[in-house]
Design a protein around this ligand. Sequence first.
Ligand SMILES: [Zn+2]
Length: 381
Amino acid sequence: MIVRNAWLDGQRVDISVADGHISTIEPATEGEPVTVCPPLAEPHVHLDAALLGRRAPNVSGTLVEGIENWARLRDGLTAEDVRARALETVGWYVGWGCTRIRTHVDPGNLRAVEALITLREELASAEVPVELQVAAFPQEGILRAPGRQAQWVKAVELGCDAVGAIPHFERTTDEGNASLRLALDLAQERGIDVDVHCDETDDPGSRHLEFLCAEAIDRGMGSRIIAGHCTAMHSYPDGYAAKVIELVRLAGLQVVCNPLDNIVLQGRYGGYPKIRGLTRVDELWAAGCSVGIGHDSVMDPWYRLGTANLVDAAYMLVHAGHLTGEAEMQRVFGTLSGANHRAFGGAPAIEVGAPANFLVYPAADPIEVLRLRPKPTLIRG
Ligand SMILES: [Zn+2]
């Protein structure tokens, strides 16, 4: 099999596949131009809540009502229900070329945690294998929600891949930082990752990321930590943002931006002008930090839209993040099949001798992929 006239890392090439492996990569000859890249990776979604938006419509469209609606639905969810919705959503992801997914799951319902951990094993040996990672994410706080700390520990013991926290949602700054310390301790004890919803608020006084970075530096854990959202950074004074971004770089943790949710869930206080509420992707990049891009919600209580196509999240980011320069758009698209793989050990290589495992988009280059957002074909050996 030969994929002709493919954009690959800025070159136009013909790629031939034989016996499940890439046998040659040569300068392009002819044919309709296409774009080739590794399969996409999703660093941040909530499969336990996916597709629930219809059951509990978010009347105000706000983050707070989303959390309330979720809390109401969560306790009644059965393992079968969680499994069915997760499977359907994962199927959509695969259809859009994504074969690695890190899902958060709320330990407030341990049946949901078990359902997703069981699904993780099943998906690993599916026809198109999907690598699922599960992060124990206490939506209403570890310390704030009565009884949640024990459930959160139990969820991690059931076999989660990452420990979550939500420091800005705890009652005080001190309790938020204490929750981070608990999460880092638990992750170290279990030898697993940390994945925090960090400062997902418009409050410029929400400064847990600096604490997380300091702890990551002291514990040497940065490579195993993701800080999701970090939207308060949007509203930080520039001088403070520069300090925190330098700490992110020193700590070596990854910030995951979730543009679809945050463009509508943030900026809800006060009148005009409205802030955008996305973390500072351009400044993080300029400082040399690792940034991932998540879809976050697929038709859930927080965000009623969503298709499980990560290119939609990238499309939103290039607009709302002012990243429409040529190189910036290329980098945003490249993140989906590049930096997004960080938690999974890095993206699979597209090189001679490697197992065939890549996407072919019917579009001439990454900017055309962003513009048209077409379905890719997954080529697997
Ligand atoms: Zn989230």
